[in-house]
Design a protein around this ligand. Structure first.
Ligand code: UD1
Ligand code: UDP
Length: 383
């Protein structure tokens, strides 16, 4: 019998994570993976472009939920995903990361009773096996919506695949059964290493009119940084002072763009190159060629670590501590003084050559192999 796995993606950082997982599952004849796109992100530049850049097959199922408040968006994904489970009757549901689509689909799965039970190494199952990739990350900041999504998703997942060694400690501290937790490395880095050569062919530097090593790259989209103009304006002011010594390229997330427009915040084109969000290959080319990256993104802290580019993280905390201890990341905080000091320090520092364990391009293969073990007899029957 084929093992039917529903793989869920919904927002920009999910696509880089799901791409290698889909490939690894599809390469093993035991598995029949199906991709569900919730539609949390729907703009060409936040969604479709990644399918083209990363060669992700068209989603098998599209929920088309769109934007909304946390409650409205999460509820709508749940409502629509329940019908999918009813129709598909999967053996497992796999979610990645920490966005609203992640917790919404995990929560529905954890209460869904299948029409027919099946047996795997975890016993007789009446519900699909719930799998979380990128489990165990914690910022210890409950004001961050992603932190709530992470903790709840981990609490109801039955196989937890960990990317950062800190995840093992965090899950152990929360009393999660260690038998369900497996350190496999980082699927986002699988995508980065697979796409790196193609990304180097991008002509984005010429398009934007910047030279390698002669600009900084900025991204900002955390609600705590961008939603309140009393926070966003001084943050952009300190970055503007930095821009007077190093030109800054800023692909602006729609959440941030909306706030800048609403509050009449404009950036001087003599110091800034402001663009819409760019595709993955262009973004990796921009990152690789940047003198420094200043960001509040989660995934970009990881990519800069592997690319060996200094990263200043404009946040009070990070759920990805190995990018600091074993990478190029410097946590700046969010005060103007802290950001300036971190920038100066990062510009003067020697870039670390260390890379976290298993950030080697093979994390998704480890995940698929572990899943083969769990589905034991069923997998052998169909191989
Ligand atoms: C979401 C995730 C965040 C992730 C980020 C990646 C949650 C709680 N947040 O934040 O963890 O880091 O994606 O980019 O899941 N919008 C568009 N076009 C789109 C999608 C959204 O214009 O295709 C605008 C809408 O006005 C929307 C706003 O962006 O209200 C925010 O989108 P949403 O998905 O709610 O949160 P993000 O800030 O994108
Ligand atoms: N990214 C991109 N284009 C951009 C900005 C980011 O392709 O204009 C990629 C980036 O390389 C990384 C991912 O988007 O792979 C990170 O997503 P984001 O910062 O939106 O979310 P987070 O990681 O903070 O959840």
């Amino acid at each position: 019998m084929l093992i039917k796995i529903l793989c869920v993606a919904g927002a920009r950082p999910n696509f880089m994570k799901i791409a290698p997982i889909l490939r690894s599952l599809a390469a093993r004849p035991a598995f029949a993976p199906r991709l569900v796109h919730t539609g949390q992100h729907y703009d060409q530049r936040l969604s479709k472009i990644f399918f083209e850049d990363l060669g992700i097959p068209r989603p098998d199922i599209e929920l088309e939920v769109g934007s909304g408040s946390h409650a409205a968006q999460t509820a709508e994904i749940m409502r629509r995903f329940e019908s999918v489970l009813q129709a598909e009757q999967p053996h497992a549901v796999l979610v990645v990361g920490d966005v609203n689509s992640t917790i919404a689909c995990a929560l529905v799965t954890s209460k869904f009773m299948l029409a027919a039970p099946f047996r795997c190494s975890l016993g007789v199952r009446r519900r699909p096996l719930m799998i979380h990739v990128e489990a165990g990350l914690r910022s210890f900041d409950d004001d961050m919506p992603e932190e709530v999504n992470r903790k709840l998703t981990d609490a109801i997942s039955e196989l937890l695949f960990v990317s950062d060694p800190a995840g093992l400690t965090n899950l152990a501290n929360e009393g999660v059964d260690g038998g369900r937790v497996i350190f496999v490395g980082n699927v986002m880095i699988d995508t980065l290493l697979a796409a790196r050569e193609r990304a180097m062919q991008s002509t984005v530097l010429e398009t934007l009119g910047v030279q390698p090593g002669a600009y900084g790259l900025v991204t900002l989209h955390r609600p705590s940084n961008v939603d309140d103009p009393a926070t966003l304006a001084p943050l952009l002011e300190v970055l503007d002072r930095i821009a007077s010594t190093l030109r800054l390229v800023f692909p602006v997330h729609p959440r941030t763009r909306a706030r800048m427009t609403a509050h009449g915040i404009a950036l001087d084109p003599r110091r800034w190159v402001v663009t819409d969000p760019v595709g993955y290959l262009d973004f990796i080319k921009l990152t690789s060629s940047a003198r420094i990256v200043l960001t509040d993104s989660g995934g970009i802290q990881e990519e800069t670590t592997v690319l060996g580019v200094p990263c200043v993280t404009i946040r009070e905390n990070t759920e990805r501590p190995c990018t600091i201890h074993e990478g190029t990341n410097l946590l700046a905080g969010t005060s103007p003084g802290g950001i300036r000091a971190a920038f100066d320090k990062a510009m003067a520092a020697t870039v670390s050559e260390r890379r976290p364990k298993f950030w080697d391009g093979h994390a998704a293969e480890r995940i698929a192999d572990q899943m083969l073990q769990v589905f034991g007899e069923m997998a052998r029957g169909s191989a």
